[in-house]
Ligand binder design. Structure first.
Ligand SMILES: C[S@@+](CC[C@H](N)C(=O)[O-])C[C@H]1O[C@@H](n2cnc3c(N)ncnc32)[C@H](O)[C@@H]1O
Length: 319
């Protein structure tokens, strides 16, 4: 079989997965937007073309693809190999926190390690018993700043069934996707998508958790990223001020929006070192993740108040 010809008649799901895996291995592809290797990516995309579930069984492997399914395979391989479109944009679906999300090129493909923290219900800062009544300390108001597809906001609402979540993004196209995901997960009562340039349109409200995976990549870093990242919206990646533009705004505004016992959790990825250098006195708690990922810090409300003056001193240059 040749790269983008239509696979011959009588080819099974197994045959085509093996073929696609080989093609992927021999192409200059980057895996990291859902799967991390050629075989998983091939299995995911070929089963999508064959209209089989992503967790297909052994019997499905014997499925002989129809003519239109084989045509679809050729088209999908072209998109993935030649155009370097990430698999999630091809299928329109991504998985985060064990949940399915609709995605398109208006939103970043969900992959934040913050999912693991949400799975632990932000333990030890939340979800611990208070020792007296044994009531669990659980957040009632959560802000997901820079929500994109809404994945973090929705995962938080699923993890905390009594919480209301505000999901903020500046992009109306991203919010369309977020709203669709909120609907699909039947969370319209508790998760509200808000169009806002950071905190500008937010009501004066106190949040128990402010969580964010904002843009944090410098222009130099973006230029060096594999082609797949360039299919994602630039406004989902790029941040001025050494990648800290949005993280700084969150730290500055948390003073006004964080509840007395609240916490701020922000992903800054490779810009972690720049943040620590900018605020050498602030004792950021850098979170560790069993499932991989780093560059996520936590500060509590006491620390936000204590370092308020230092945080306000920084100007956002926009460069
Ligand atoms: C890194 S993406 C994160 C999306 C999502 N939270 C996730 O983890 O997949 C950052 C998001 O920030 C949004 N954004 C960029 N500038 C913003 C601003 N000034 N105010 C609010 N959101 C902004 C982008 O539109 C994008 O959806």
């Amino acid at each position: 079989m040749n790269a983008f010809c239509i696979p011959p008649q009588n080819t099974t799901l197994r045959d085509i997965i093996v073929w696609a895996e080989e093609l992927f291995k021999n192409s200059d592809l980057y895996f990291g937007h859902g799967t991390d290797n050629a075989l998983d990516e091939a299995a995911y995309l070929v089963s999508y073309c064959a209209q089989k579930p992503a967790d297909f069984n052994d019997n499905d492997l014997l499925h002989v693809l129809t003519a239109s399914q084989r045509e679809k395979v050729a088209e999908v391989l072209y998109q993935r190999i030649t155009n370097k479109v990430p698999a999630a944009y091809i299928t329109g679906t991504a998985y985060f926190f064990g949940l399915e999300f609709e995605v398109n090129e208006d939103v970043l493909i969900p992959r934040s390690p913050i999912a693991e923290l949400i799975g632990e219900q932000f333990f030890p800062w939340f979800n611990y018993a208070d020792g007296l009544s044994n009531n669990k300390k659980t957040p009632l108001n959560i802000l997901d700043m820079c929500t994109g597809s809404g994945c973090i906001a929705i995962a938080c609402a699923v993890a905390f069934e009594n919480a209301n979540v505000d999901a903020v993004d500046i992009s109306t196209q991203a919010l369309k996707v977020a709203n669709s995901n909120i609907c699909n997960h039947h969370l319209t009562e508790r998760v509200k998508a808000i169009q806002s340039d950071m905190f500008v349109n937010l009501p004066q409200k106190k949040y128990d958790i402010i969580v964010s995976n904002p843009p944090y990549v410098t222009r130099v870093e973006i230029d060096g990223l594999p082609a797949e990242y360039h299919k994602e919206p630039d406004m989902g990646l790029y941040a001025a001020n050494n990648g800290l533009q949005f993280a700084i705004i969150i730290l500055q505004q948390a003073f006004y929006y964080l509840a007395d016992n609240g916490i701020v959790v922000v992903e800054v990825g490779n810009s972690a070192q720049a943040l620590q250098m900018l605020f050498p006195d602030i004792p950021f708690t850098w979170l560790e993740f069993e499932m991989g990922g780093e560059g996520v810090f936590m500060l509590d409300a006491t620390q936000i108040r204590q370092y308020h003056a230092q945080l306000q001193n920084i100007n956002i240059t926009g460069e």
